[in-house]
Design a protein around this ligand. Sequence first.
Ligand code: NDP
Length: 245
Amino acid sequence: MSGIRGKVIALTGASSGIGEAAATYLAERGACLVLGARRQDRLNAVVERITAQGGLAVGVVVDVTRRDDLKQLTETALDRFGRLDVLVSNAGTMAVSSFDELRQDDWDSMVSTHITGLLNGIGAALPVFRQQRSGQFVNIASTAAYVVKSPQTVYAATKTAVKVLTEGLRQESGPDLRVTLVSPGFTDTEGVGKGAPEPAAAALARKRDEIAMPPSAIASAIGYAIEQPDGIDVSEIVARPTVQA
Ligand code: NDP
């Protein structure tokens, strides 16, 4: 099946930013969406807006660090729409800090959200994709997976892990599955530097305000990878503002 119309797409981190923009973009093109995030009020607002505009979306409260929650997300896709065509693993957190600040809870959170969260999604969706003999993983990394800039080291390490896991998964996926890595540069979302201590939070917010691209740029990159014909695997997209070094 090529295109976006009619595809059943589960997407994590859909309550704001890139995930919300991607949900909107995909809904406008006729996808059947199963949207996950932790903040139920924000998630409901996204689902209600999409539905009011004639789109098809259901929301599931999901914490990607919890294996059962990802199972619930994929099972909702099967219950409501009878199949799962794409899992977009987008949930993320950018609480960056320098090592001396010893923000070990933030380190843990980035490791568990980006690495364990991605693995939980693979664990939930891969058996479904194998049984269907079709499916696509779209994993969201970052330009930080290509270049380390302190104090983003732990964030960059976890996003590098997303890139490595995606490439290994692609190598094992065989002819029936597609595996895509999308790596955004600075994107105008509330997540930039959220939860980071000062001065990192203010520096990131300033940079976002100066150079960031709109989240719709990443939404269309995700859409491009999904809409290709079955036999075409867009393995990797890196999209950054031209002014980002
Ligand atoms: P946002 O903060 O706007 O979005 C992050 C989303 O992830 C929210 O919907 C949040 O929802 C969700 N989320 C966070 N933790 C969890 C969790 N444990 N379980 C489920 N959902 C979770 O930021 P962005 O849109 O910018 O970030 C989206 C992705 O893009 C992230 O992976 C980020 O690393 C990546 N990225 C962003 C860039 C940027 O410049 N904005 C650049 C490069 C990559 P909730 O809190 O409701 O759970």
